[in-house]
Design a protein around this ligand. Structure first.
Ligand code: PLP
Length: 355
């Protein structure tokens, strides 16, 4: 059945091992992030087999899908309405709001647990985290008095909202704060979580930042690249996931629509470039499943022209006779396309094991 994602579990395992070696070589613990593949079992099984330090996801529902002895971390800031679910499924959560941490403390007390918290510090990307030092210190002062919350450490996230790259200068803000916090409160922070797949280029350059001792990595393992500059990491597979979609119509047609132009299926006025008569393949997959801009055709002779909710239209430029209705086109993926394809229930997930 098509469309389907071919998911190579052994290539995923290989990528995971390489990243695990790279992080441990630099003395860093690893949180393997499962959200881009919705924590699907064949891949979480591999993570468990490779016994990593932590398994992390941004969605509670994903963390609830599997059981393991490996500590689970909840990456997205906890919602005030989900503190009980959070303490029951996650050992650790990332936080930046005292009201929520108080809620976690109460929930953890109710279930007789100790919940661990990594306090998030915003060092410039402007997504989650405390921005001002005084606010961090006020939060820590209160957390240290809580009976059911353990301050596990500090963390930061970069290259997400603001596209800020982790550099020694930027990360120094976090490191200085760690040192000051430990001195001020006379404590030792267990985890200093430096970031995500965008941090890996520093390790590849052999730049190790003193004090940072943990990374949270999803994309690099799934797609084989670091995310500061988008470069492929040496020795990693970039085709763990391949999309296959079948041709449901194949015809020669002009590239300019005929008639008066109004709105397309999504209420936008479309714009067309006249490319003459084009061999057009309609694929049985659409916007509901994926944004076609995020697909990379393995056949360079094909480019994607547009899409509606259930269809993607491909132009086939040379050797049109190579294709016919029922043939399957194959694509490599970006982070965005993988995320939406894994989330779409209309896309079959087909697991293979051979390297
Ligand atoms: C807080 C946080 N840390 C780490 C990650 C993993 O990022 P990447 O997939 O770029 O490694 C995510 C992704 O969802 C995240 O939200």
């Amino acid at each position: 059945m098509y469309p389907r994602l071919i998911i190579n579990t052994e290539k995923y395992r290989h990528n995971l091992k390489v990243i695990k070696n790279l992080t441990s070589k630099h003395g860093l613990s690893l949180m393997v992030v499962t959200k881009v593949f919705c924590a699907e079992k064949p891949l979480t099984d591999i993570i468990k087999e490779e016994s990593v330090d932590f398994i992390a996801d941004s969605r509670i529902k994903n963390l609830e899908k599997f059981s393991t002895n490996i500590p689970k971390a909840l990456l997205r800031l906890v919602s005030l309405y989900e503190v009980e679910r959070a303490v029951n499924v996650a050992d650790i959560s990332l936080n930046s709001e005292m009201e929520v941490i108080r809620g976690l403390n109460n929930a953890a007390a109710k279930y007789r647990r100790i919940h661990e918290v990594i306090l998030m510090i915003d060092i410039g990307d402007l997504r989650e985290g405390y921005f001002y030092k005084e606010d961090v210190f006020a939060a820590i002062k209160e957390i240290l008095r809580m009976k059911n919350i353990k301050l596990k450490g500090l963390g930061t996230n970069l290259t997400c909202y603001g596209g800020i790259i982790p550099t020694e200068k930027t990360l120094k803000k976090l490191i200085d704060l760690v040192n000051e916090t430990e001195q001020k409160f006379d404590i030792e922070l267990e985890i200093i979580s430096g970031g995500n797949s965008s941090h890996l280029y520093l390790l590849e350059k052999d730049i190790h930042l003193d004090r940072i001792n943990n990374l949270r990595i999803g994309e690099a393992i799934a797609l084989g690249r670091e995310t500061a500059y988008g470069s492929i990491i040496e020795d990693l597979y970039d085709d763990v996931f391949i999309l296959e979609a079948d041709i449901i119509e194949y015809k020669k047609k002009p590239s300019m629509p005929e008639g008066d132009v109004g709105m397309d299926a999504f209420g936008k006025t479309p714009d067309f470039e006249d490319l003459g008569v084009v061999n057009r393949a309609i694929l049985g997959i659409g916007k509901q499943d994926v944004d076609f801009y995020e697909l990379k055709s393995l056949d360079k002779n094909i480019s994607l022209l547009g899409s509606s909710s259930d269809h993607i239209i491909a132009g086939i430029w040379d050797s049109p006779s190579l294709y016919k209705v029922g043939d399957v086109l194959r694509f490599k993926l970006t982070y965005g396309s993988l995320l939406s394809l894994m989330t779409s229930e209309y896309v079959e997930k087909y697991y293979v094991k051979t390297l």
